[in-house]
Design a protein around this ligand. Structure first.
Ligand code: MN
Length: 432
């Protein structure tokens, strides 16, 4: 992941509106799966308010000479074959797409393959083999722990082990998917009951899309781990807190989490994020050093991500009243993550566990240290004891039917063109 001409903040695309676009200037070039009206899903890249059909452009010769594997991968209806390729092949694609969208002389050959994004449907970018959710947000882990154990909120393993659990891939859906309020077993004063969740929450997370593969039994060293992260998305780990508190011991989250996980459709590539690699959160004095298999000098310098995430809520009454969504939290990933993405990959494979292209790793809820940066309602409302006020005059302890939660994120750093992720949204519907 190195900085090259595709990151030049002065680079300009001939696509109208792209240079001024908040999320998708030509320095971004995120990959995704889209379908134009009446057509089958295919691979595209977002540029301004348009989507460039990479499969069609490649077939028409507009991306120059392509290796056979790369050409074949571009014809797939998912990104898995593309992310199975070596990193240089994917970087070659980025360079070819950048050339097509910046070379004004080639405009007439490329323009026919642009579609207005508003006319297209966006799909899940990968067939997800496996999904794992980590817990690397130390301020979140501390705040949740404090609700349970005021004296020692972080468990003894936290600063040694990047904690995670295996999630469920089948219920990972793309932004816009319906959020059906789950039913489940809830402990009441009269004993457990099966009923609709009353403490529905969201969690602000980043999703990491795995590229390449390691065979079962093959450990990925920390020095090679960063290269296994092919791209990043937004991830909302919808959570049923009343189910969770009753079911989670001793084996961890289950039905409180696996009813739905929402991801944003655009995959912001590791290459696009090269300028936004910053120092990770410093380990506070007195913390243990990471064990050697989790320690790497380069990762300690550049393993953090200068990505700012926001959660916004719009109730049904707010939308009907024309009120703008209300920002509930804002946090920079590098200030929230105790463990880096490379440490997550190195730890996940430390026992020889195989990760394949299109596997998804969630970071865990990303919350900052101070107020206004809490990445869940559980933290914002202190487990429902301190409701928050909405602009409509309503208040919230947890999510109500009709609430729309949208995550946004931007990679931003002085001297570089900032890039965005597009929205990750879902609207809560009544239990069925
Ligand atoms: Mn989570």
């Amino acid at each position: 992941m190195s900085i090259d001409h595709t990151h030049d903040p002065q680079a300009s695309s001939w696509v109208a509106g792209a240079d001024a676009h908040a999320d998708f200037p030509v320095q971004n070039l995120p990959l995704g799966i889209f379908s134009p009206p009446g057509a089958r899903p295919r691979i595209g890249t977002a540029i301004g308010d348009h989507i460039l059909d990479l499969a069609a452009l490649a077939t028409a010769g507009g991306l120059g000479a392509l290796a056979p594997d790369l050409r074949a991968a571009l014809g797939a209806p998912r990104l898995n074959p593309l992310f199975a390729l070596d990193a240089p092949d994917r970087r070659h694609l980025r360079h070819a797409v950048f050339a097509a969208l910046t070379d004004r002389a080639g405009h007439s050959r490329v323009a026919p393959h642009l579609r207005p994004a508003a006319d297209c449907a966006l799909h899940l970018p990968f067939a997800i083999g496996d999904y794992t959710d980590f817990y690397v947000g130390i301020h979140h882990a501390t705040a949740i722990g404090r609700l349970l154990r005021p004296d020692h909120p972080l468990l003894a393993n936290y600063k040694y082990v990047p904690i995670a659990y295996h999630g469920r891939a089948s219920s990972v859906q793309v932004s816009g998917a319906a959020v059906i309020r789950p039913r489940g077993q809830v402990k009441t004063g009269d004993g457990p009951e099966y009923r609709a969740c009353e403490r529905l929450d969201y969690e602000v997370e980043l999703g990491l899309w795995i590229a390449g593969g390691n065979a079962l039994g093959e450990v990925v060293p920390i020095s090679a781990a960063s290269a296994r992260i092919g791209g990043v998305c937004l991830l909302n780990d919808w959570s049923a807190r009343d189910l969770q508190v009753w079911e989670y011991q001793p084996l961890g989250p289950f039905l409180a989490k696996n009813f739905l996980t929402t991801v944003s459709p655009w995959v912001v590539t590791g290459d696009a994020l090269a300028p936004f690699r910053v120092a990770p959160m410093p380990r506070p004095a007195g913390d243990p050093a990471p064990l050697p298999y989790l320690a790497d000098d380069e990762d300690a310098r550049t393993g953090g991500l200068a990505i700012t995430l926001e959660a916004r809520l719009a109730s049904r009454a707010m939308r009907e009243g024309g009120l703008a969504p209300q920002c509930l939290s804002r946090v920079r990933a590098a200030d929230a993550m105790y463990w880096t993405p490379a440490q997550m990959v190195a730890h996940h494979t430390a026992n020889g566990c195989n990760l394949g292209p299109g596997d998804l790793l969630g970071t865990g809820t990303l919350s900052g240290a101070g107020p206004g940066s809490e990445g869940s309602l559980m933290e914002l409302t202190r487990a429902g004891s301190q409701p928050i006020a909405l602009a409509s005059g309503e208040s919230r302890r947890f999510l109500e039917d009709g609430d729309e939660v949208t995550l946004h994120a931007r990679a931003e750093r002085a001297g570089w063109r900032s890039i965005g992720f597009g929205p990750c949204t879902g609207t809560v519907g009544a239990a069925r």
